[in-house]
Design a protein around this ligand. Structure first.
Ligand code: ATP
Length: 195
């Protein structure tokens, strides 16, 4: 008897912090495509990224583990945090393909990242490995020649930047899983940083 390939979707991001928008998109993708697994892959944060103080890789990983604890189909993978080289999504996908040669691989992203994809390193190499699952917002993402893609619909207003700014200003956010909000509070993450 032949078995269907495992459908694994890779979901990369800074997740600084993971919020309800990320979980919403992952859930939409899981439902729409009948995924077996969504793999959250936090990336290194460029030291040049300005703005509010970023959380450490360990804290971002821990918050992802807390946020996904009740989702049996969610996995948190530190592959990009532990690699000694810069993060390129096509390399991450190649490595996961090596680990899971029989799986059908997908890559989940918001419409903003779909628009930015031509500026990624070797998007065509990534497209050869994965099918894209893209969140459609008001402006529907356009198909790209040779890229297999699926649209999912359903916006969520959460923004990690706004959450960091709110916490730095001493406010709370409704867009965080309860356990993540408690972790941020207990560890004093996203303190006010002038400049
Ligand atoms: P920041 O505000 O720090 O840029 P972000 O949440 O937009 O944060 P990432 O953590 O890198 O940035 O996002 C990871 C992925 O989640 C991206 O593909 C992004 O498009 C998507 N995403 C971010 N916010 C939402 C949201 N509210 N709803 C659905 N998808 C989202």
């Amino acid at each position: 008897m032949s078995t269907l390939p495992r459908k694994i979707a890779l979901f990369g991001g800074t997740f600084d912090p993971v919020h309800l928008g990320h979980l919403h998109l992952a859930t939409l993708a899981w439902e729409a495509l009948g995924l077996d697994e969504v793999r959250f892959i936090p990336c290194k944060i460029s030291p040049h990224k300005t703005g509010t103080h970023p959380a450490s890789p360990e804290d971002r990983l821990k918050m992802l583990q807390l946020a996904t604890a009740d989702l049996p189909w969610a996995v948190v993978d530190d592959i990009e945090l532990t690699s000694g080289t810069p993060n390129f999504s096509y390399r991450t996908a190649e490595e996961i393909q090596r680990q899971q040669p029989d799986a059908e691989l997908y890559w989940i992203m918001g419409g903003d990242q779909w628009a930015a994809l031509p500026r990624w390193k070797h998007p065509e190499k990534l497209a050869a490995i994965v099918q894209f699952i893209v969140l459609a917002r008001d402006d529907a993402p356009a198909p790209r020649e040779g890229f297999r893609f699926h649209l999912v619909h359903g916006e969520h207003p959460a923004s990690a930047t706004q959450i960091r700014e709110a916490i730095a200003a001493g406010r709370s956010s409704d867009d965080l899983p309860r356990t993540v909000a408690a972790y941020i509070r207990d560890h004093g993450l996203y303190p006010f940083s002038p400049g």
